[in-house]
Design a binder for this molecule. Structure first.
Ligand code: FMN
Length: 322
């Protein structure tokens, strides 16, 4: 059966987003939470705690994620998530940002298969939590993964998600599908493909290229077009007729959920602007929409711009149909 995972996007896919997404769009089998980083202190930040607390995630199936290069940290977080009811912890071996990778975490750990081995040995010996891994091809070179996969073969993992870029690329350039294909040959784990699925078309191309893959993870694409996962699930290239009505209700639910927590209009406007950097891709009839959102100085101006952007789109699709 085809399964779709929601990629963790720090700053975007927190529990408020996940619940609103699930309510209006669905199509997601499992959500991976943005990573928990404890930074040597062995304590969980309140924001991380709130984000994965089961009572804040009643509507979704959630897997927490950790970023670390330390077995004690891993074990500490594993114990904590188990205590609140989770049975799986995803290990981030993909984060490309120099502040993280430069410290040997995320994709910065991929050049150290021995260290990955050491950590997994202790984790598997000292806890019964299921471990899954989310990784890139490497940091400096896409050859790094081919030293890591044999290590991962030695452990029982729930799955491995591969985003076929290297850390140095950040999000630039192409995904390396040849290298991904080679990974499929070299791993017996359940593999999830992740990267640049932004439309039914790009999903179908990928599915054709990798017919044995049944597990897909989508990040930025599902913010840009929140209908995408459900459309993929239904193999339906057509958006629902009430697309913009549904989007409008989702947007209202999301922004009022953030309004409850963010202090002051400025913070809320900044938060919503960061979403609009993706949302705007669903609104081709408002080429200046993002600029207008950035310029909106208060909530009522912001709401007026959003209304205009949504109206532009509904008016134009109505014209199209007529
Ligand atoms: C703003 C942003 C935040 C991200 N945060 C995380 C994270 O917390 N954990 C993680 O494993 N990946 C994170 N990623 C990587 C995504 O989960 C995903 O692997 C990447 O965006 C490629 O998938 P996509 O092309 O479908 O977006 C982040 C990416 C972006 C752009």
């Amino acid at each position: 059966m085809l399964t779709i995972y929601s990629s963790p996007l720090q700053g975007f896919t927190d529990y408020r987003f996940r619940n609103a997404f699930q309510r209006f769009f669905g199509g997601i089998d499992q959500y991976i939470a943005p990573y928990i980083r404890v930074n040597g202190k062995l304590e969980i930040k309140p924001a991380n705690h709130r984000d994965i607390l089961p009572e804040n995630n009643r509507t979704v199936d959630l897997i927490p994620q950790i970023i670390t290069k330390d077995a004690d940290e891993f074990l500490f977080v594993a114990k904590y998530v188990q205590k609140i009811g989770y049975t799986e912890l995803n290990w981030n071996l993909g984060c490309p940002y120099p502040m993280i990778a430069g410290r040997g975490m995320g994709s910065g750990l991929l050049s150290m298969p021995g260290k990955i081995d050491e950590i997994l040995t202790r984790v598997c010996a000292e806890t019964d939590i299921h471990v899954s891994v989310k990784m890139r091809l490497g940091y400096e070179s896409s050859k790094e993964i081919f030293h890591v996969l044999p290590v991962l073969e030695r452990y029982r993992l729930a799955n491995i998600t591969i985003h076929p870029r290297i850390g140095k690329q950040l999000y630039r350039g192409e995904v390396d599908l040849k290298a991904f294909e080679e990974c499929l040959r070299q791993s017996s784990h359940k593999i999830i493909y992740n990267g640049d699925i932004t439309s039914i078309g790009s999903f179908r191309e990928m599915k054709e290229r990798f017919p044995t893959i049944n597990h897909w993870m989508i990040g930025r694409g599902l913010i840009a077009d929140p209908f995408l996962p459900a459309m993929i699930k239904e193999d339906n290239p057509v958006h629902p007729e009430n697309r913009y009505e549904v989007f409008n209700s989702f947007h209202e639910a999301l922004s009022s959920s953030y309004e409850e927590t963010l202090s002051g209009q400025k913070h809320l406007l900044m938060k919503m602007y960061s979403f609009w950097e993706y949302f705007i891709q669903s609104f081709p009839h408002s080429p200046k929409g993002l600029k207008k959102i950035k310029k909106a100085r208060n909530l009522s101006l912001y709401r007026a711009v959003v209304k205009q952007i949504i109206n532009n789109e509904t008016d134009n699709s109505a014209l199209h149909i007529a």
